[in-house]
Ligand binder design. Structure first.
Ligand code: ZN
Ligand code: ZN
Length: 245
């Protein structure tokens, strides 16, 4: 499981839809220490003996609060193999001690999924990390105009808009377009949408219109809901790589 930022019962019922129990988890990979990513991690880890997997800096911050959970240190950039999956992390710019994005490689078919939430801007390291991904799960946190006109206090707006804040719809969709132009058709889920400064309808409509106009490339787009399981992915035929550019 990647992050555990919602309540224990919600996670348990989401796993149950796949006939899984919390005790079936092999590990909880944490992207960073903010509460909307770790809320239930300690409880699951301790109760069901599930290791928390994170880089040493993140573990260090979390374990000031959770000294008695099992853990696995995964240095940023390293890979952890579990069953048929290879899990690799890469740096993202965000106001946490050592935040990461996550790549999942499914060895039997060669499919790759990349997850980036909580990133203030798109870096070359992020572009390199998501190369060839068949599924992109990408933060589309806010609509910039909505955020600027909204009720958040100035300091919070500045934090969100900063280089170590959150990706806007515009920044996320620009990266999606780039990915489609370079790597061809893929599936993308917009994630980590702000409740105040975005709506699933707005983000999805903007992404669909922009990707169609800018790339002409078929990208299957959806929005991952904030607090319940909403999207699932069955890898189809691996898309062909485009060698046009
Ligand atoms: Zn965060
Ligand atoms: Zn977050």
């Amino acid at each position: 499981m990647i992050d555990a930022g919602i309540g224990l019962r919600l996670i348990a019922s989401a796993l149950a839809t796949h006939d899984l129990l919390l005790s079936d988890l092999s590990g909880i990979v944490l992207t960073h220490e903010h509460s909307d990513h770790i809320q239930s991690a300690h409880a699951i880890s301790k109760r069901y003996n599930v290791p928390i997997v994170a880089n040493p800096a993140t573990l260090n911050v979390i374990y000031r609060r959770c000294t008695d959970s099992p853990n696995i240190k995964l240095a940023t950039g390293d890979r952890w193999s579990i069953g048929d999956l290879d899990i690799e992390t890469f740096p993202v710019p965000h106001d946490a001690v050592e935040p990461v994005g996550v790549n999942l490689y499914y060895r039997p078919s060669g499919h790759k999924a990349s997850i980036i939430t909580d990133a203030g801007h798109v870096t070359d390291a992020m572009r390199a990390a998501i190369r060839g991904a068949n599924l992109l799960i990408l933060e589309a946190n806010h609509d910039v105009h909505r955020l600027n006109a909204g009720v958040y206090p100035g300091y919070l707006k500045a934090r969100i808009l900063s280089d170590r804040g959150h990706l806007s719809n515009e920044a996320a969709v620009a990266l999606l377009c780039e990915h489609a132009m370079t790597h061809g058709p893929h599936t993308a889920w917009l994630a980590h949408l702000s409740k105040e400064n975005n709506t699933p309808k707005l983000a999805l409509a903007y992404a669909k219109a922009t990707v169609a106009v800018e790339t002409g490339c078929p990208v299957v787009l959806d929005v991952a809901k904030r607090d319940k399981p909403s999207v699932s992915w069955t890898p189809g035929v691996k898309p062909l790589q485009l060698n046009l550019f």
